[in-house]
Design a protein around this ligand. Structure first.
Ligand code: NAD
Length: 296
């Protein structure tokens, strides 16, 4: 078992760090928020005084931070100068591909190992240790990262070189945003046509309209008792998070010259729903805007 520094113990990081502790690792935690840090300590992590303190003497460093600018600043500012040569860095944050490649190259150039390893699955999956990791990095670095990630996830998938994990994540979530909106529109039309929602679910989930948004995360209450639609759209995966990922996808599409008209439309619709007050609700709550029942 290893000494692992964990930086960023928010909604996702706290559950992930707790699972590393459960797997027998010594977790040295740091977060700018004293509340987040205290929560991690309750789960068995040791509080570090700073990122530098957490990283010193660690065999691996996991970061779970809000965005690319935080990841760039934390690695350049405190991780690189304090890590031992050969230390493995696992950035599990969802960030832009360029930042992942920039930080990954800087790490490798200085004699460290680096993988970008963003996750699919929300706060519940982080707590349960059932995340899916999409990993970018050299084969040899993936091999070292895999057993650490296994303590926090149920599927560890190697996507390719550095940045490929982030590319897979934003392409996947762009598709998710599009299929969720499409599924919500289909339910809204079914409702107007007088079609029973349960009947439509039973048919579409076995017909060609089937998708994860329909059969694992149904956006209307009833057909699948466990989904956020049955719990006042408590996230789950919040609209604000989906919007962040759709913006990353659109930035990447523009930078790479890819044509993603439906991705652009999904971003616009989620931005509208956020502005109407849906920001903190689960992203499947966009159903209420699309069927006309949303009241801000
Ligand atoms: P969060 O805001 O709850 O947690 C981020 C934590 O990072 C905060 O506690 C903050 O204090 C800390 N932090 C920020 N800058 C720091 C610094 N310089 N040093 C130390 N700590 C610092 O966010 P979250 O929901 O846990 O998400 C984290 C990442 O995971 C994001 O990139 C997000 O896009 C991604 N993600 C989130 C979800 C989700 O459902 N919440 C799902 C998949 C992926």
């Amino acid at each position: 078992m290893a000494i692992i520094a964990f930086i960023g113990l928010g909604n996702m990081g706290s559950g992930m760090a707790a699972n590393l502790v459960k797997a027998g690792h010594e977790v040295r935690a740091f977060d700018l928020s004293a509340t987040a840090l205290a929560h991690a300590v309750e789960s068995g992590a040791k509080a570090a005084k700073s990122t530098a303190d957490a990283v010193s003497g660690a065999a691996a460093v996991v970061t779970m931070l809000p965005a690319g600018k935080h990841v760039r600043a934390v690695y350049a500012g405190d991780v690189f100068p304090n890590a031992a040569p050969g230390t493995l860095f696992l950035d599990c944050s969802t960030i832009d591909v360029d930042s992942a490649r920039f930080v990954g190259k800087a790490a490798v150039d200085q004699g460290f190992r680096f993988v970008d390893a963003p996750v699919s699955g929300g706060v519940a999956a982080a707590a349960a240790g059932t995340l899916t990791f999409m990993v970018g990095g050299a084969e040899a670095d993936f091999a070292v990262a895999e057993p650490i990630l296994q303590a926090m996830g149920k599927a560890i998938l190697h996507a390719g070189d550095t940045g490929a994990g982030q590319a897979a994540k934003i392409c996947n979530n762009m598709l998710l945003g599009i299929t969720m909106i499409g599924t919500c529109e289909a339910f809204a039309l079914a409702e107007k046509l007088g079609l029973d929602q349960q009947k439509f679910f039973d048919i579409s989930s076995k017909a060609s309209g089937q998708s994860w948004s329909m059969t694992s995360y149904c956006p209307v209450a009833g057909p699948m008792p466990g989904t956020p639609a049955n719990h006042d759209y408590k996230p789950g995966f919040a609209t604000g998070m989906m919007l962040k990922d759709l913006k990353l996808a659109q930035d990447a599409a523009q930078a790479s010259g890819a044509s993603t008209p439906l991705g652009a439309q999904a971003e616009a619709l989620y931005a509208m729903f956020g502005n109407l007050g849906g920001q903190d609700l689960d992203f499947s709550a966009i159903y209420k805007m699309l069927n006309g029942s949303w009241k801000a």
